[in-house]
Design a protein around this ligand. Structure first.
Ligand SMILES: [Zn+2]
Length: 135
């Protein structure tokens, strides 16, 4: 069982909180263009939070340079922070990552990440909010 307290809002409420780009990516499962996101080249120490609900998602020390053009992490802050779902859209079989707290679409997880997990969480900058400083 997850200890995550869920946040639920109507689509109209999300639209009022999020920018149009954030709404498209987080609620309609869009993808920002590679190398356009604000956090791709961010190397500061801190915590990456959900852009929609502020839940902590990824610590900066699991961020790595994947060359993909999207912020990439090899692990979330805790196993319950991010939920995974099979995504069969676009004729591909991928693993979708969502915020466990509010259900926002974050990106996808690929099995070609670095050690120790071997996973690559490929996340849209628009789905994240960076908070500088050690957690
Ligand atoms: Zn969230």
């Amino acid at each position: 069982m997850s200890d995550v307290k869920k946040i639920e809002k109507t689509e109209a409420e999300w639209r009022a909180i999020l920018t149009p780009e954030q709404y498209h990516i987080m609620r309609e499962k869009g993808t920002e263009r590679a190398f356009t996101g604000a956090l791709v080249n961010n190397h500061d120490d801190g915590i990456y939070r959900c852009g929609a609900c502020d839940a902590p998602l990824f610590p900066s020390d699991t961020k790595f340079e994947s060359g993909s053009g999207w912020p990439s992490f090899w692990a979330p802050v805790s196993p319950t922070a991010v939920e995974t779902h099979e995504d069969r859209s676009y004729g591909m079989r991928r693993i979708e990552a969502t915020c466990a707290t509010c259900g926002a679409h974050l990106g996808h997880i690929f099995p070609d990440g670095p050690k120790p997990t071997g996973e690559r969480f490929c996340i849209n900058s628009a789905s994240l909010k960076f908070e500088k400083g050690k957690e």
